[in-house]
Design a protein around this ligand. Structure first.
Ligand SMILES: Cc1ncc(COP(=O)(O)O)c(C=O)c1O
Length: 484
């Protein structure tokens, strides 16, 4: 089915029209809009210039090495990294986190570590670290947080031992916006010879300009690696992050090289092989153009927005901010100190905001192994462009809260009971693809946006055993991309 080019693009435009808006600040997650059309134009032009280049081989395409040097240098200066810090450009936050873990594991083994190492991280550390533990064969050892989403130093330190290959802290944690106690954890890790990674994938390009923060980067002696995403608050199009290591030997452990095949000698500093130089060129152009002053200015807009939202939430009965967020993320929860009739359930709030044209992200509550529950929340990623429509957003937040105040949280009890009776209970069966799809349909969840009631889905996630919920969600995603 050959299609004429104009027709193809028209079809893409129609497909794109169904997407959530990527610009304008109405979607408070996934997208990072600085509100600057000039940056979009610059990124497009740079990406287009570099599009045919294969960043696999900087000896053939030296522009790749030149741009990587500049980006790593920019990130190093921003994170107060000294001469001994070296880094690489990766395809995104997940790849940076994966590589930080793989490197730490390999170094732990090289230092004589035997058996299966542990990866210690507050439960709020990004899911990419669970993925890394699974892929690279480490035990994921999550440290529970208090009900406010903050981790206690003593709880982290209590987990540190000779089998720990890496301890991770976040700056800040995505689900809560909390800045973990970086200096204290890194100090404790250093005293025990354990590597410490600061995951600044989310905040790395905003916190350097955030006022009055304790040191959380390479100024802290025990920090051995830091990840920071250019495709988040670096304002670059997706597909780019930076991973820095303290010490060349650490970074070299990340490399894969082989001459043991008859093809070209392969040296991959990161996980991918061939990759387009477009994300690199776009990010390079944006950092060159914005410079430190540009980032400082954009961060100042977020700081003002965060403070406006804090004051507004304080004035909304039944709704609270979880913990003490630092930086551009915050989580809203129901005020558990007031009677149920006065509470604002964050998931109903998120649904009501969607109806008013604003998208905030549903985060399910989590029962931790120590019994402490982290409340369900609504996540807000604050971007510079939001400042322009802040009064409108705050009006919608107050109106949506009024609409749902007192409405009890969605309850998946009946469905969960039915699933338990079928054996899909704690420690029980996990549904295969066909059963998972049938169960989703029973829950009223389907392929179309309209059949995805988020409050119900989140209630299911909260109430089902994790392996069952994970099977259902995997099935939903798999079905979305399957030809119908
Ligand atoms: C703190 C943190 N780390 C890692 C990641 C993973 O980043 P990516 O989605 O770019 O793979 C995220 C994404 O939100 C994050 O917030």
């Amino acid at each position: 089915m050959n299609a004429e080019a104009g027709g193809v693009l028209d079809r893409l435009r129609r497909l794109r029209a169904a997407d959530a808006p990527t610009h304008g600040g109405r979607v408070l997650s996934y997208v990072y809009d600085p509100g600057r059309d000039d940056l979009d134009a610059l990124a497009d032009a740079a990406a287009s210039l570099a599009r045919p280049v294969n960043a696999l081989d900087p000896t053939v395409f030296p522009s790749v090495a030149a741009m990587e040097r500049d980006l790593v240098g920019f990130t190093k200066r921003m994170l107060h990294a000294g001469r001994c810090v070296v880094g690489s450009v990766t395809s995104g936050g997940t790849e940076s986190c994966l590589l930080a873990v793989k490197t730490a594991r390999d170094l732990w083994r090289a230092a004589g570590g035997d058996g299966r190492p542990r990866l210690v991280a507050p439960v709020t550390a990004h899911a990419a670290f669970q993925k890394a533990a699974r892929l690279f064969d480490l035990d994921w050892d999550p440290v529970p947080c208090g009900p406010d989403g903050a981790v206690r130093l003593e709880d982290v330190v209590a987990r540190l031992g000779p089998d720990v290959a890496l301890v991770v802290v976040s700056a800040p944690a995505y689900p809560t916006g909390a800045l973990d106690p970086v200096r204290a954890v890194a100090g404790a890790a250093r005293a025990r010879g354990i590597a410490c990674h600061v995951d600044a994938c989310f905040g790395g390009f905003a916190l350097p300009w955030w006022p009055e923060l304790p040191a959380w980067d390479f100024r802290v002696a025990g920090v051995t690696s830091v990840s920071a995403d250019l495709h988040k608050f670096g304002y670059a199009p997706k597909g780019i992050s930076v991973l820095l290591h303290r010490g060349r030997h650490r970074q070299r452990a990340q490399f894969f090289a082989t001459t043991r095949w008859p093809g070209y000698p392969v040296v991959n500093p990161t996980l991918l092989g061939s990759r387009s130089a477009s994300p690199l060129a776009a990010a390079w152009a944006i950092t060159q153009h914005l410079g430190r002053a540009g980032y400082a200015e954009l961060t100042a807009a977020i700081v003002r927005t965060a403070s406006g939202i804090r004051s507004a939430v304080d004035a909304i009965p039944g709704l609270v901010m979880l913990g003490d967020p630092v930086g551009p993320a915050l989580a809203l929860a129901a005020d558990a100190t007031v009677p149920a009739a006065g509470r604002v359930d964050p998931h109903h709030l998120a649904d009501a905001l969607t109806r008013l044209g604003w998208r905030v992200q549903h985060q399910p509550g989590l029962r931790q192994p120590n019994g402490i529950r982290l409340p369900r929340t609504a996540h807000l990623t604050l971007t510079p462009v939001l400042e322009r429509s802040l009064p409108e957003f705050l009006g919608a937040l107050a109106a949506a809260s009024d609409q749902v105040r007192g409405r009890p949280p969605a309850d998946a009890g009946a469905l969960v009971g039915m699933l338990a009776a079928l054996g899909y209970r704690e420690g029980g069966r996990v549904p295969g693809p066909r059963a998972a799809w049938t169960l989703l349909r029973l829950a009223g969840v389907g392929r179309d946006t309209a059949d995805r009631p988020m409050a119900t889905l989140m209630a299911l996630v909260e109430a089902l055993p994790a392996p069952v919920a994970e099977a259902l969600l995997s099935e939903l995603l798999a079905r979305l991309s399957q030809p119908r």
